[in-house]
Design a protein around this ligand. Sequence first.
Ligand code: CMP
Length: 145
Amino acid sequence: MIKTVGERTFCMVKPNSYQDGNTGGILSMIEKAGFQIVAMKLVKITKYTAQKFYEIHKERPFYDELCDFMSSDKVVALILEKDNAVADLRDLMGDTNPENAEEGTIRSKFGKDIGENATHGSDSIDNAKIESRFFFSELEIYDED
Ligand code: CMP
């Protein structure tokens, strides 16, 4: 089996980015930052699927709104690879709240508010694996460790 070269993370382009025609702009920022796209799909998830994906937040007051939003239109699910991919993607995305995101980050450029914040990125290597497997089958994840 071929070994993964860099670290891998999971990313999702959220429905507001898809609807606003910013998918290409976001993918371009990701590639220019040195990430290699190793898996990608455009998919409209159901509210139930969004609830499962964000189950960790189920007690939070924004959970229902978040799941409604994430199932409101298509998302682009991605597995990205580079050295230090988890932390570097979070830096590239910027603060969860676009108002606090540094200039030049994805969320400062394309985020509307804390809910419609353009992209999701995994917060750890373990969660990157879990989230990648949530969206992609073994057949779709090439050269996985
Ligand atoms: P994400 O990286 O997808 O992980 C969980 C999401 O919950 C987060 O981005 C935000 O979009 C959303 N979120 C976090 N806090 C709030 C909040 N206070 N109100 C609405 N949505 C929130």
